[in-house]
Write a protein that binds this ligand. Structure first.
Ligand SMILES: Nc1nc2c(ncn2[C@@H]2O[C@H](COP(=O)(O)OP(=O)(O)OP(=O)(O)O)[C@@H](O)[C@H]2O)c(=O)[nH]1
Length: 163
């Protein structure tokens, strides 16, 4: 019981720490697809409760090369992403790295867009929020989001799988 509480609080901390999320399922494994909706709900509940920032989430259907074993249609993946306000891609990590690269590039762009949208808020509330985020997270590293420029460099480990 205590273990479960610890586990859940550790997971919550990791969710709070992350700026963006990539949730991967296998198109050949419906169970891996079915867990996505509750996972997105957990992330949104944790992140959007504390911030007006829209949390960047990319849903990825992997193993696109295994057509004959497909158990989840592209349409289902796309609809799930649409209904949860996430990005969606289908890729084959085994066939080529381009798909995975595109996923992480798009995620980084969305993170920057979200940060910039937040920055545009000039009211006292947004200033207080930014200050609180700085002190609460105690981050020593940072990255810049400049409109029109690539959103890199990415922070070390920021794309780690967190849930
Ligand atoms: N055909 C194919 N195989 C893949 C692809 N991505 C991963 N695999 C294979 O799937 C197996 C599991 O990959 P892992 O990287 O261990 O991922 P995992 O999260 O443990 O995935 P599962 O075992 O499928 O639950 C390995 O044999 C990979 O080579 C893909 O895009 N296409």
């Amino acid at each position: 019981m205590i273990d479960r509480v610890d586990e859940s609080s550790a997971r919550e901390k990791r969710v709070q720490w992350a700026d963006g999320f990539v949730l991967v399922y296998s198109i050949c494994d419906r169970a891996s697809f079915n867990v996505l909706r509750p996972k997105v709900q957990v992330i949104k509940a944790a992140k959007e409760a504390l911030s007006q920032e829209k949390v960047p989430i990319v849903i990825v259907g992997n193993k696109r090369d295994l057509h004959h074993r497909r158990a989840v249609s592209s349409e289902e993946g796309r609809l799930l992403a649409l209904s949860m306000d996430c990005e969606f891609y289908e890729v084959s990590a085994a066939e080529a790295y381009h798909g995975a690269l595109m996923v992480f590039q798009r995620l980084a762009e969305r993170i920057c867009e979200a940060k910039l949208a937040l920055k545009k808020g000039t009211g006292i509330r947004s200033i207080v929020k930014s200050m609180s985020a700085v002190f609460a997270r105690k981050r020593t590293d940072s990255y810049k989001c400049t409109p029109g420029l690539p959103p890199l460099p990415l922070r070390r480990g920021f794309l780690d799988q967190v849930i």
